[in-house]
Design a protein around this ligand. Structure first.
Ligand SMILES: NC(=O)c1ccc[n+]([C@@H]2O[C@H](COP(=O)([O-])OP(=O)(O)OC[C@H]3O[C@@H](n4cnc5c(N)ncnc54)[C@H](O)[C@@H]3O)[C@@H](O)[C@H]2O)c1
Ligand SMILES: O=CCS(=O)(=O)O
Length: 456
């Protein structure tokens, strides 16, 4: 395997960077540095960690445009979507700063049960040690901060492993972390080649793995990790549901913003749209009209709404999903064409549940429409997927919301919004193949900590 790699702009196709993988020796040296740095990390008290994170938030704001343009160049995310990511990353970092001051446990009374012994149990949160934070291509800043921020807030050391495509933005983020006051002995960046990752994951001085990405990588990580703490944020096949009394225009806007924005490359994208038969035609016509208004193409232009997907293989996979659905009888209402790595926003109608793009995760700007008649039928069809991340339902009927909340295999249900809603401080994560554990700043802090009890 080559020791070097290139980063290619997904839209223009030119090489924007060439780098060397972090060698296995350098990765081991970074792990040793972090092991030694754990003493320094523990010595930083809560208000010091909070102040560093608050300063980092200010640096992210100050360098936001530079970081956004790096993200656009390396991932093809539109500049407007990249700026949204930066504002989200600032929120994540501010929330990490504030939660760093709130890591409190509880005091327990031993005499809650006989015999009386008069002891008090002080349950405290303490850092795990060194956390290997592995991040995906699609949100290189905000997902990195959802790991670095809470891990540092909890008092851990961090080995940060971004995707190779994100080398430039990851290097700048790491430098800003140092400028903010995170010591180099507490945060190290590494980008090894994949064959070297198993030894890093299994290293005894890596205490936990905080991973966001796809199932195949998660399987390999879990196999290499053994009995370590794993926090896995994986794929999604999230539904958007429109009931007969739902707001059609609001549902259309959610579908546009949560499936065509970021070229559909979000774990929480509205990857399946289930329409009650009574509102199918109205939704379809309004979605078509809005889709035809979208600007598609160069992600560096302010007006562009749909840019390219991350690379040619990803584009080919999306086109294969579209072609398979059409071959199975779906109607192609618009799109279905590829120009380089740009997939024209695509709407498919009457898509059968057996199509791959209804049961698996498709990472592209494709909206399959499916019609249902009853809640019982709907629930069974939505749960028929290996994933269970988020769902969104448009209805005014609280009984329907409650019934779906209890019946759907998801981590979160959004009422009158799409599945792509996310607040950085809310618990985030799924069930089944969508992962293990919860991010969302306060929850990630506790996932990357242990409870240590002092009995007095
Ligand atoms: N649940 C979430 O919060 C969330 C958020 C964003 C993306 N995702 C998921 O991530 C996927 C898209 O991102 P991607 O293409 O970057 O995912 P990916 O799994 O290909 O890569 C993710 C990260 O894991 C690394 N990696 C890959 N194979 C590995 C291995 N064997 N050992 C160790 N590390 C390995 C990659 O280098 C990268 O840094 C989609 O499935 C998407 O749903 C989930
Ligand atoms: O890919 C999913 C990340 S987020 O946009 O839902 O936070």
């Amino acid at each position: 395997m080559s020791t070097r790699y290139q980063v290619v702009n997904p839209y223009q196709g030119e090489v924007i960077g060439e780098y060397g993988y972090t060698s296995a020796e350098a990765a081991l040296a970074a792990i040793a540095t972090l092991k030694a740095g754990q003493r320094m990390a523990k010595a930083m008290v809560a208000h010091e960690r909070a102040d560093v994170l608050r300063k980092l938030a200010g640096l992210l704001e100050r360098h936001g445009e530079t970081l956004a343009r790096l993200i656009t160049a390396e991932t093809g995310k539109t500049i407007s979507d990249a700026r949204v990511e930066l504002s989200r990353a600032v929120n994540t970092t501010i929330a990490s700063a504030e939660e760093a001051r709130q890591i409190h446990g509880e005091a327990l009374d031993s005499d809650a049960y006989a015999p009386s012994r008069g002891r008090i149990g002080l349950v405290c949160w303490r850092p795990l040690g060194t956390v290997l934070c592995i991040t995906p291509f699609n949100f290189p800043l905000n997902i990195a901060m959802h790991k670095i921020g809470p891990a540092f807030a909890a008092g851990n050391c961090i080995l940060f492993k971004p995707g190779p495509a994100n080398t430039a933005s990851a290097r700048l983020l790491t430098e800003l972390c140092y400028q903010a006051g995170i010591p180099q002995d507490v945060l190290q960046l590494c980008i090894p080649s994949l064959p070297d990752m198993a030894a890093i994951i299994g290293h005894p001085d890596i205490d936990a793995i905080n991973f966001t990405g796809g199932t195949a990588a998660a399987d390999a990580i879990a196999a290499a990790a053994g009995y370590k703490k794993l926090l896995l944020e994986l794929g999604g096949n999230d539904p958007l549901i429109l009931m007969p009394d739902g707001d059609v225009d609001a549902a259309v806007e959610a579908a546009i913003n949560q499936r065509f924005a970021t070229a559909g490359q979000r774990c929480t994208a509205a990857k399946r749209v289930f329409l009650h038969r009574d509102v199918h035609a109205a939704f379809r016509e309004r979605l078509l009209a809005r889709t035809r208004q979208l600007v598609v193409g160069d992600p560096s232009l302010e007006e562009t709404f749909v840019g390219p997907v991350i690379h040619a293989d990803a584009a080919a996979a999306v086109m294969a999903g579209i072609e398979q659905a059409v071959a199975a009888g779906a109607s192609l209402l618009c799109g279905g064409k590829r120009e380089g790595n740009v997939i024209l926003p695509t709407i498919l109608d009457q898509v059968t549940d057996q199509c791959a793009l209804m049961t698996e995760e498709l990472f592209g700007p494709v909206i399959p429409l499916a019609v249902f008649d009853s809640l019982t039928e709907l629930i069974a069809r939505i749960n028929n997927t290996p994933y269970g991340l988020q769902a969104g339902v448009f209805t005014q009927d609280l009984r329907v919301i409650r019934q779906l909340f209890e019946a759907l295999d998801v981590g979160s249900l959004m009422a009158n919004d799409g599945p792509g809603f996310r607040a950085e401080h809310f618990p985030f994560g799924g069930v089944k193949g969508s992962g293990v554990g919860r991010e969302g700043v306060k929850y990630a802090i506790r996932e990357m900590s242990i409870q240590k009890t002092l009995v007095l």
